[in-house]
Design a protein around this ligand. Sequence first.
Ligand code: ZN
Length: 127
Amino acid sequence: MLLELDDLTKAKIVALILDKKTEVALENLSELYKVDTPEIVVGTIKKKRRTVYAVYVVQEKKIYALNSEIFYNPFIILHEYYHHIRSKFGMHRGSEKHANMYAQEFIDSYMRIVEKLNQNKKLQKNT
Ligand SMILES: [Zn+2]
């Protein structure tokens, strides 16, 4: 199954994406999982009739983000990344529900770390 990552590691990945370093974030993640890094581009694929924010194309090992806003959206990028690692490990690409859960775990870790940092700030004020 998938390697468990700690809060700080997941928070760093989210922070990188928010810092507009999506490619670096995906490289770091892929190093942790020991899989190839997927390519990520801004663009859409013609085959899809419906407009989607992002899509992972298994054959191309590529994530397509609809626009630059999506490119820097941690939840959407991590959702698509989940489909990448699932297919890399030779599993079914994974359900949408699980892709959402995977992405949400990263966001939750990020929020926990931010919360801790804010607590430190309060402590500093009161000492
Ligand atoms: Zn999906």
